[in-house]
Ligand binder design. Structure first.
Ligand code: NAP
Length: 254
């Protein structure tokens, strides 16, 4: 794979998986730009990694994404790699009539609409790049849904199918489309979800980034570290069995 220096934009890169991917791209000599909503988190990363570029930008706000795209065109002459990583996970009981629809739709907005929005605004830059990649971070739950987070599972399956569909469409423009489907990873998102199942031992984000990198430089398109590989296989061989295994408790305990 072409390993010349690339300009990499990672949404939600100030923590968790995004930050580990940022460190990995930096360690391989690439230029890395990270975004997020909270400036203090971005500044903390900048203090530790002075070579990183930070931009406060909310992926759900079309105008902010457009401003970001214009700024990166001006400052860097455009990006080569877009990593759609920003995401949230809500546990919910759909049978609860007091559910807040705004919160439900926010999850769809961040996890599914925003990768489409980011690609739309950065498409001209990726088309111009001689080594363009789009990397969408979905989830192993794109293969087998997790009942305690039904909307999250839906958004990740949507990202999975969207990614598969756009891959051949973008190929003629030299844009490689990669999907990273992480297993449970030890981040704030996983801690907040407070997953109770002992089978779901979280992977350190640094290990995920290492496994990602090995497959990424080999040219793999669908990267399924650890248990995500088994979820993919089992979703084909025994979908009902693996769904029941993963969903012994369908309703969140709190
Ligand atoms: N952890 C897991 O077990 C796991 C498993 C499979 C897939 N994933 C996926 O991996 C991705 C990263 O998650 P993570 O586990 O690393 O969680 P995390 O540590 O909570 O990181 C998520 C990041 O996204 C940012 N973000 C959230 N909403 C945003 C918005 N509207 N605009 C810009 N940035 C936003 C957050 O920063 P701000 O709050 O400052 O904006 C945060 O830095 C997500 O897409 C997630 O679904 C995670």
């Amino acid at each position: 794979m072409n390993q010349t220096k690339q300009k990499v934009l990672i949404t939600g890169g100030a923590s968790g998986i995004g930050l580990s991917l940022a460190r990995t791209f930096l360690a391989h000599g690439h230029t890395v730009i990270i975004t997020g909503r909270q400036l203090s988190k971005l500044e903390k990363v900048k203090a530790e990694l002075p070579q990183i570029y930070i931009f406060q930008s909310d992926v759900t706000k079309g105008e902010e994404v457009k401003v970001l795209a214009d700024q990166l065109q001006k400052d860097f002459g455009g990006i080569d790699v877009l990593v759609n990583n920003a995401g949230i996970m809500n546990l919910m009981d759909t049978a609860d009539e007091t559910n807040d629809l705004e919160k439900v739709f926010e999850e769809i907005e961040i996890n599914f609409h925003s990768p489409i929005r980011l690609l739309h605004h950065f498409l001209p830059q990726l088309k111009k790049s001689k080594k363009a990649s789009l990397i969408n971070v979905s989830s192993g739950l794109a293969y087998v849904s997790f009942a305690q987070s039904p909307v999250y599972s839906g958004t990740k399956a949507a990202v999975h199918f969207w990614t598969q569909s756009i891959r051949p469409q973008l190929k003629p423009y030299g844009i490689r489309v990669v999907e990273l489907l992480p297993p449970v990873v030890d981040t704030k998102l996983a801690k907040d979800a407070d997953l109770k199942d002992d089978n779901l031992k979280p992977m350190p984000p640094e290990k995920l980034a290492d496994l990602f990198w090995k497959d990424y430089i080999k040219g793999k398109e669908e990267i399924t570290p650890d248990i995500s590989k088994q979820l993919k296989l089992m979703s084909c061989l025994a979908p009902k069995f693996i769904f029941n295994q993963l969903n012994k408790q369908a309703v969140p305990s709190r």
